[in-house]
Design a protein around this ligand. Structure first.
Ligand SMILES: [Zn+2]
Length: 238
């Protein structure tokens, strides 16, 4: 999971969503009313998708797992918990069907004060709550973070296919960063294109974690052969 920048919704879209929020209230304001409105809301969904797509990285990757293509508009706070937020733009994220429909569904853990215990990558910096261990491909909670473990559990961030994908991505990213560094040293214009391709690839969370490695631990994680390239990469894209 990487931090994402939420962009403001165009005024026309804001007005449209506000009308649909009124429609939910007029239909009773409960989750059944909201679900009924959401099912029929073709135009609002088009507007929301149009705003979410530029926020997703690469080829419209899921905002939670960074692997599969995002296909579903996820209500971060589910309709079952907050019917009045069905058409609330800050509550919409783009997810793959596995993260959205198979795993998260209506889960929305909170602490006793009602504070959500899930990382929202458009609000939180995931690195404040989650550590990606590059050599195992798994996430661990940041010690003391109340959101780390619930986020790993609810989004299934350590499911086997993601762990394998991250391990493969780590091998490829090390190699690509070394290639990129060679192109930079040769003043080859393909360097920028190579960097872009890496940043647009699945499991970009692996590249982010590499970029944030402390120089003191980097040799042990990426290997001494990659360190000069990673130092250059960090100073350019860190
Ligand atoms: Zn996903």
């Amino acid at each position: 999971m990487i931090p994402l920048q939420r962009t403001p919704l165009p005024a026309k879209s804001e007005r449209l969503l506000a009308r649909w929020t009124d429609r939910v209230a007029a239909a009773g304001g409960d989750s059944q009313a909201a679900r009924g409105c959401w099912t029929a809301a073709d135009a609002p969904k088009r507007h929301i998708r149009g705003a979410l797509e530029p926020m997703a990285h690469g080829n419209l990757r899921c905002m939670y797992c960074d692997d599969s293509r995002a296909t579903d508009i996820d209500h971060f706070q589910p309709i079952a918990h907050a019917a009045q937020r069905a058409f609330d733009w800050p509550n919409h994220l783009f997810a793959c069907s596995h993260c959205n429909s198979n795993l998260k569904r209506d889960q929305y853990p909170t602490d006793p004060h009602g504070t959500c215990l899930l990382v929202d990558p458009t609000v939180d910096d995931p690195a404040d709550h989650l550590v990606l261990l590059l050599r195992s491909g798994t996430y661990e909670p940041v010690p003391g973070s109340p959101k780390g473990q619930p986020t790993i559990d609810v989004f299934g961030l350590n499911r086997s296919e993601l762990v394998k994908g991250r391990l493969d991505a780590f091998v490829l990213a090390r190699s690509t960063i070394r290639d990129w560094f060679g192109l930079v040293q040769d003043c080859d214009p393909d360097a920028a294109r190579t960097a872009r391709a890496l940043l647009d690839s699945p499991f970009v969370d692996v590249v982010h974690a590499m970029t944030r490695l402390k120089p003191s631990v980097a040799p042990h994680v990426v290997g001494p052969r990659t360190v000069p390239a990673l130092d250059a990469w960090r100073s350019t894209y860190g």
